[in-house]
Design a protein around this ligand. Sequence first.
Ligand SMILES: Cc1cc2nc3c(=O)[nH]c(=O)nc-3n(C[C@H](O)[C@H](O)[C@H](O)COP(=O)(O)OP(=O)(O)OC[C@H]3O[C@@H](n4cnc5c(N)ncnc54)[C@H](O)[C@@H]3O)c2cc1C
Ligand SMILES: *[C@@H]1O[C@H](CO)[C@@H](O)[C@H](O)[C@H]1NC(C)=O
Ligand SMILES: *[C@@H]1O[C@H](CO)[C@@H](O)[C@H](O)[C@H]1NC(C)=O
Length: 434
Amino acid sequence: MAPLKVLIVGGGVAGPALAHWLSRIGANITLIERFPRMRATGQQVDLRGQGVPMMHRMGIEAAVRAKTVKEKGTQLIDTAGRCRAFFAAAEGGTGKQSFTSEYEIMRGDLVGILNALTEGRANVRHLFDTTIDSFTQDEESDPDGKVHVSFRDGSKEDYDLVVGADGTGSKTRRVMLGPDAPDPRHRMGGYIGYYSIPSKPHDSDRGTFCHLPGPFHRAIGTRKDCPELTRVYMLMNAKGAPAAIIDAAYKSGNLTELKKAWADLYQCDYWECDRFVDALRHAPEADDFYCTPYEEVRLPEGSWSKGRVVLVGDAAHSGTADGYGCTWGLVGPYLLAGEIAARLHGKEALSPTEAVMRGAKKYEEIFRPIATASQGGNKWFDMLSTPSSRLGIWSLHAVARLAARLRLDQMAGLGEEQAKWELPTYPELEEAQS
Ligand SMILES: Cc1cc2nc3c(=O)[nH]c(=O)nc-3n(C[C@H](O)[C@H](O)[C@H](O)COP(=O)(O)OP(=O)(O)OC[C@H]3O[C@@H](n4cnc5c(N)ncnc54)[C@H](O)[C@@H]3O)c2cc1C
Ligand SMILES: *[C@@H]1O[C@H](CO)[C@@H](O)[C@H](O)[C@H]1NC(C)=O
Ligand SMILES: *[C@@H]1O[C@H](CO)[C@@H](O)[C@H](O)[C@H]1NC(C)=O
């Protein structure tokens, strides 16, 4: 039998993870990334909950551990820089959670580790500066059905399976759903922006967040992962004029204008805002500025796949800034690969096209309730970005102090159903030889 021929669109987290698992069952994989090289930007990401055993099964725990950011915990400070509440980092990997998880790693390091899993494998091709233009597929009843893909460079190729791992703004999703489908991205009201600045000796090794009193909801914070740089995080939960200013700059795609819009909105005398804003305007380190609206991808039930085209990671279920993007971005591909492998190589021994279509439906059936359970409002984001009056901020600090004493943060994030869910095992993946 010819190997399963697979196209994976997106070389971030979910794409390379899927390439790893499918390469173990001998699939012929092409992994394409739109960027001219590995897109290794981004700030700290967390692996939590089921992400920890997942990492273990992928054999990357040591590599991740060697790159983890040693953050001592998270603190809220007042506008004079004094600590008002402190949440120590979670320890022990599984179980207890905190704002700082045991496995905090820079996104670029994780993307590098994941890509390296398949870089040397004969059955995986990594292509950069490559993207799809469009695709069509044969009838689902066609036992030899394929997906016919046109690439941006004009070339064409047929595949048994096409997977969109191309993030929240997924092009694969847009083509799969068709021109009449509504955009499944839901704006939750708010933006997150982050960038690097030259560090100073007094910059804290704790994640440090300060709420700024003023006419709209803003918070600013710092985190540290290396001696030379401090990373600045800005969280804004605003409607009306401030949101319109950021929206316009975001849509323009012009980095200078985007930085200026944020800098103008954060210009104030509180804490070290002067220094942070000045760096945003002038420091070359801040050219890594990245911003994203706070939005969730909410697809109707049953629409994570259509025939032989399937979505994984943020493309299927993004919940920006909920702390689980990377965890679910590793778990979903494992489930998809496992469900396909079970149908292709297990007792059923279905045809490639049947195995792909049924495996994809089963993957959604199992994983949708887990990956989307915390959608519809993110308490973490709301709490960190909501108050803007002095009294509101004072109350937040009081509540946070109490929560820190009771260790309520350790329950943050996962709902009960999600927390007790266990990763399934797939003998077809475990036994397979790479
Ligand atoms: C630049 C960047 C920075 C980020 N920073 C953070 C962060 O600091 N903290 C955090 O928690 N999360 C961050 N995220 C999100 C986080 O990586 C995801 O939530 C999570 O890891 C799920 O990963 P994913 O692989 O589904 O999506 P992503 O990590 O978004 O990866 C998608 C990949 O697909 C590529 N791509 C997009 N469109 C196409 C196309 N048409 N053709 C080919 N390739 C395409 C993108 O360039 C990207 O490499 C960031 C994402 C990106 C892209
Ligand atoms: C894998 O697919 C590529 C094209 O995508 C093709 O050139 C190559 O021959 C295939 N390899 C195998 C072993 O089928
Ligand atoms: C981006 O905006 C700046 C300032 O408004 C302008 O000088 C520059 O030409 C713009 N760049 C592009 C590529 O449009």
